[in-house]
Design a protein around this ligand. Structure first.
Ligand SMILES: *Cc1c(COP(=O)(O)O)cnc(C)c1O
Length: 367
């Protein structure tokens, strides 16, 4: 005999009273959430001033990205409404999560992808979880436009982050951080693509603070890829380009909400180049043992850039003049194994060669 249904261990179960669910909502879950908040001694030392830096490792969700937090909510509400099919546009991770959770819910899943711009790992996920995959001759923003139109029909539930239940589920990451640290951090840094996540984190921080569970709220600091930075430049990017495909978005759906979060939290938005992103990805893997996909690395790249930035003065810098002993949390949004082509292309990894003997192996190692 088990104490509770075995599926019921995810973010809805953990934060039920903060989410728009009731006793009759069928909970569609893969036990997402409760991801590690990992202290980074090296980033803390680099930041100096007695600051502590933590990594929220969202790649350890069931399908390998934070999208699972929102998908458990969106899919549970779609099931509650009696929907039989869901549809989404995706740069890869939304479709992976939608496909898995739709299967879990017994629903059909349709995903629209920008042709040729999805990593092989993410595409494989959409297929193996059993969704119908359609590659369109356009970018993510075009795919989302189509999804919005198709979603006007009754038979499809849209599970992109324009679905408000996605944001509700994703806000639980802030709850977890506060529950673990005992209070909110001073600065929260995260990658920004369609801007749903920065919106969701801020909502979570505000709600928990309003309930007295935190004494403060962090400055929300977003980083976009330099070639896909509509919020930073305050202008739609017609042809967004970046190696970080998860944030390759030229017209974010939650643009206004992201701007409000940045304004209300006294935060900022800035950019990092593809080189800085790939360097940060490599740095985190080699220095802290945390392998993340390029899109995720925008947060780490942003902190590293600001730590050795000597521009004067820099309005968007999250670390200039931060008080002694500040706490920083960096969300890293997806697992490195999602997209192994990016690091493999960036640097050549070739094994050393040796004959099949202990002497040869030790010789090759220089012993
Ligand atoms: C979706 C995604 C992002 C961007 O999140 P938004 O909510 O669209 O801003 C960043 N990184 C990864 C790995 C993602 O899957």
């Amino acid at each position: 005999m088990f104490r509770q249904p075995l599926h019921d261990r995810g973010v809805i179960s953990r934060y039920r009273s903060f989410l728009p669910v009731n006793d009759t909502t069928p909970v569609v879950s893969l036990n997402e959430g409760s991801t590690p908040l990992i202290h980074s001694a090296k980033l803390s030392a680099l930041t100096g001033r007695g600051c502590e830096v933590f990594i929220k490792y969202e790649g350890l969700n069931p399908t390998g990205s934070f999208k699972d937090r929102g998908m458990t909510m969106a899919m549970s509400k779609a099931a509650e409404a009696g929907k039989k099919a869901v549809i989404c546009a995706s740069t890869g991770n939304t479709s992976a999560a939608a496909a898995a959770y739709a299967t879990r819910a017994g629903m059909e899943c349709v995903v629209l992808l920008p042709a040729g711009k999805i990593s092989a790992g993410k595409l494989a996920q959409a297929f193996v979880y059993g969704s119908k995959v359609i590659a369109i001759d356009g970018n993510f923003d075009d795919a989302l436009d189509l999804v919005r139109k198709i979603g006007e029909r009754d038979d499809f539930e849209v599970v992109n982050s324009i679905n408000p239940f996605r944001i509700e589920g994703q806000k639980t990451a802030s709850f977890e951080i506060i529950d673990e640290l005992g209070d909110a951090p001073d600065i929260h840094i995260l990658p920004v693509g369609n801007a749903g996540n920065i919106t969701a984190y801020w909502k979570g921080y505000e709600e928990y603070a309003a309930m007295g569970k935190a004494t403060k709220k962090p400055r929300m600091t977003g980083f976009q890829a330099a070639g896909s930075a509509p919020i930073f430049y305050n202008k739609v990017v017609e042809h967004p380009e970046t190696v970080a495909t998860a944030i390759r978005i030229g017209n974010p759906a939650s643009w206004d909400q992201a701007k409000a979060a940045i304004r209300d939290s006294k935060g900022s938005i800035d950019i990092v180049t593809d080189q800085e992103i790939l360097d940060a990805q490599a740095w985190l893997a080699a220095n802290e043992g945390i392998f993340i996909e390029p899109g995720s690395a925008a947060s780490v790249a942003g902190l590293l850039k600001c730590l050795d930035c000597h521009r004067e003065p820099c309005a968007t810098c999250p670390v200039r003049g931060i008080p002694e002993g500040s706490t920083l949390v960096l969300t890293v949004t997806g697992h490195g194994l999602k997209d192994i082509d990016a690091p493999l292309k960036h640097r050549s990894f070739a094994p050393l060669q040796a004959a099949n003997s202990m002497e040869a192996v030790l010789h090759t190692l220089g012993y």
